[in-house]
Write a new protein. Structure first.
Length: 352
């Protein structure tokens, strides 16, 4: 009798385990709720992070992204990285193709296991351009592959196309290109957050204009509401560079950026600053002025910042180094003294 009872208990336990496997609830998702991004805990999630190199990346031929998750989380206290990726063989518009970061699955495991969102960003098309039909076919196929690979990991977001197109007014092709790529992702069963860059090199302005952004020049303002309504869980991305470095008056410049963010939010859209970067010193350069405005304006509006670039080889460095930069090059894990001025801005934002 005791044997039968024990056997019955074993069978019940096995059945329970099988049911949990077959009927386990789906993983908690990130989602877009109006102007907010909400995390798996249903609390507001504001991305704060930096760009790093992903598969077949460019400009830094020796950078290794693997192994950086620990310092990014424990020292920098960042919750997001944006991995810059190209198709196999490289982007083609630069003379550098770094294949040291081509194990994307391993990078995703490393970062997401530490609670860091990985924004996978496709840089195949030269900034400010739109893909040719052949390029679009290849990018479509690549995103289908990524959707199948990471649809069960909500900590991976898909930034479909870096800095697509330019022109005044905004190029109408921006909309059908993104509709196609979002459909490709969703058709594979992936409900991950999708990130969509604005046009005009991601800056949405289209030049060094002094006034408020004209709606006709902004793809986000013109077509963002329709895109978000059709697909859901779409975050729009603004890149803040020289076009946001005018006028030179701090208050006027901040007001101009605040006006654009507020107008995007008024359309019920979620926004992140997907690239923000300055020059070698925080003085009169337009890039530097724009960067300072971004860090003053965006946080008060719940808009995240992803700095450009953690592995820079030029004046966009976040850590002072003689050669290519790395976020692991800080000289102290808690109070580094070798941050650049823009590295200090990111550090301070993350440690608020």
């Amino acid at each position: 009798m005791r044997f039968l009872v024990a056997l019955l208990l074993v069978l019940v336990a096995a059945l329970g385990a099988a049911l949990r496997v077959f009927w386990a609830p789906p993983p908690a998702q990130f989602r877009v709720d109006g102007t907010e991004i909400r995390g798996p805990d249903d609390k507001p999630f504001v991305p704060v992070g930096m760009n790093l190199l992903g598969p077949d990346g460019f400009f830094n031929e020796i950078a290794r992204t693997s192994g950086l998750a620990q310092v990014m989380r424990s020292s920098w206290d960042l919750n997001t990285v944006r991995l810059n990726a190209c198709l196999p063989g490289g982007c083609g518009y630069t003379d550098v193709t770094n294949t040291r970061n081509d194990d994307l699955a391993a990078l995703v495991r490393e970062f997401t296991h530490r609670g860091i969102v990985v924004v996978l960003a496709m840089h195949q098309v030269a900034p400010g351009n739109l893909p040719t039909p052949k390029q679009l076919d290849a990018i479509d196929s690549w995103w289908r592959e990524q959707a199948r690979a990471f649809k069960d990991n909500p900590w991976v977001w898909f930034n479909l196309l870096n800095e697509p197109g330019h022109g005044k007014p905004a190029p109408p092709a921006w909309l059908p290109i993104h509709e196609r790529l979002i459909r490709a992702v969703r058709s594979e069963g992936a409900h991950n957050i999708v990130v969509v860059d604005g046009t005009n090199w991601g800056q949405e302005v289209g030049g060094l204009d002094l006034g408020v952004v004209q709606a006709e020049n902004s793809a986000i303002l013109r077509w963002g509401p329709a895109l978000a309504k059709e697909f859901g869980d779409v975050v729009f991305s603004l890149h803040v560079y020289d076009e946001w470095g005018v006028p030179r008056n701090d208050a006027a410049r901040d007001a101009r950026l605040a006006d654009f963010i507020d107008r995007v939010h008024a359309e019920g859209l979620a926004l992140v600053l997907g690239e923000v970067g300055g020059a070698s010193s925080p003085f009169c350069d337009k890039l530097a002025l724009a960067t300072e405005s971004a860090y003053r304006v965006a946080p008060s509006r719940g808009v995240g910042i992803i700095a450009w670039h953690g592995q820079a080889v030029d004046w966009f460095k976040l850590v002072k180094t003689t050669g290519p930069a790395s976020p692991a090059a800080i000289d102290d894990p808690t109070h580094p003294t070798n941050l650049t001025w823009q590295g200090q801005l990111l550090w301070d934002l993350a440690h608020r």
